[in-house]
Write a protein that binds this ligand. Structure first.
Ligand SMILES: Cc1ncc(COP(=O)(O)O)c(C=O)c1O
Length: 389
């Protein structure tokens, strides 16, 4: 039976970063390659998001907008129902995206030169943020057990003892695809608390979690551990709204939120896009059933890729993601340089994000976006077969 997500939508000529900018940024002529890099998906937003937007556009006046109680309650109810966290309205700091909030928090909670730690390999923009705020990058390498990533807590503790000011946590993890367990999350938060380290937990993938796994937010740990914590939450990944960019950063400790509040005022981030507010509110209010069906679709894409890799790409290792629609493929056994691997993939017409962007520990890996109709996924597979066998 045809699934609504099977529909292929032409995204060219929509100023789309993922499709249109392959030509501008990567030099790949239009129509020649299937983009699998940027982490947004190629699905159309559902009617419960687009109908209210159409009505709002029809209204035609787009003045400054503020977050209504309906907006706050939609987010609060979603998190209470789905993640067992009781968010408080006072905790909200709303920004156009997670990265602006993360960068501002780094500036608020540390000084130039201070160490900010990530678990590598990790979402590449974290590095850019640390570098461009003139902080010192500290790395705790994740342990890779045949594709299953775990935290090296001894190493983490040593690094924290060594004066790390902020830990940037990615929960669930991009690109490793782990949904950190209650035990792991609690241990990370307890160690940060013990050493007085701030923790910024980026939880924007929290809703994309596959069967058999349970997301555990940092906001659920012992209340004592929340004293130096910020948690970024968003509907952008869950409902395909990255250009309706809106993130709510929760800071439970009022005193620690003061610096961010004044920065938001200084930068004029105290009014919001009416369309973004409405899209995100509609998603949170009406999206559960649609998201469940989308998760099943993504999970079967995940399964298709896993079967293909295990039967045909004998030199590639892939462990099915627990979260995100971004598959993390270990190509090291092919014994190619990253340049050669990239060249081959570009030639075949599949454009992943190369693993080296995620840190030293990502070398020899590729990250492949599975957020696409099955017909496109199958074509990606045909192309991968040509060059990774
Ligand atoms: C872990 C993580 N954080 C942040 C972002 C970017 O989010 P935003 O556009 O809200 O800044 C992404 C995008 O892929 C991501 O994977």
């Amino acid at each position: 039976m045809q699934h609504e997500l099977d529909t292929v939508i032409n995204r060219y000529d929509t100023d789309c970063l993922k499709w249109d900018y392959m030509e501008k940024w990567l030099g790949i002529p239009k129509g020649e390659a299937l983009p699998s890099w940027v982490s947004d998906w190629d699905f159309k937003a559902p009617a419960f998001i687009t109908d209210p937007l159409k009505k709002r556009i029809e209204h035609g006046v787009f003045g400054y907008s503020e977050r209504s109680d309906e907006y706050f309650n939609a987010v609060i109810d979603w998190w209470s129902d789905n993640h067992q966290v009781a968010l408080k309205k006072e905790w909200f700091h709303t920004t156009p995206g997670s990265l602006p909030a993360i960068a501002m928090l780094i500036e608020c909670w540390s000084n130039p030169g201070d160490q900010v730690l990530v678990f590598s390999p990790v979402y590449h923009a974290f590095y850019r943020t640390i570098e461009n705020t003139n902080r010192t990058l500290a790395i705790s390498a994740l342990e890779n057990n045949e594709g299953y990533y775990t935290i090296n807590f001894d190493d983490l503790e040593k690094k924290l003892q060594n004066g790390v000011k902020i830990l940037m946590f990615c929960n669930p993890h991009n690109p490793g695809g782990r949904v950190w367990s209650e035990r792991e999350v609690t241990k990370v938060c307890a160690l940060c608390h013990q050493y007085g380290t701030y923790i910024i937990s980026d939880e924007i993938w929290a809703d994309i979690v596959f069967s058999g796994h349970k997301f555990f937010s940092c906001l659920r740990v012992n209340p004592d551990y929340l004293s130096k914590m910020a948690v970024c939450i968003a509907a952008t990944k869950s409902f395909g709204l990255p250009s309706m960019r809106l993130t709510n950063t929760m800071i439970p400790n009022e005193h620690e939120a003061e610096a961010l509040k004044s920065k938001l005022l200084a930068y004029g981030i105290d009014v919001y896009s009416s369309l973004s507010l409405l899209a995100n509110q509609s998603a949170y209010r009406h999206g559960r059933e649609w998201l469940d069906s989308t998760l099943s679709y993504l999970e079967s894409n995940n399964q298709i890729l896993a079967e293909f890799v295990s039967t045909e790409l004998t030199k590639v290792t892939y462990r099915k993601q627990e979260s995100t629609y971004l598959a993390w493929l270990d190509c090291r056994a092919l014994e190619l340089t990253d340049e050669e691997l990239e060249r081959r993939l570009y030639q075949a017409g599949v454009i992943p994000t190369m693993g080296y962007n995620f840190g030293e520990q990502g070398k020899g890996f590729i990250r492949l976006n599975l957020g696409c109709p099955k017909s496109i996924l199958k074509e990606k597979i045909v192309r991968l077969r040509r060059v990774l066998k």
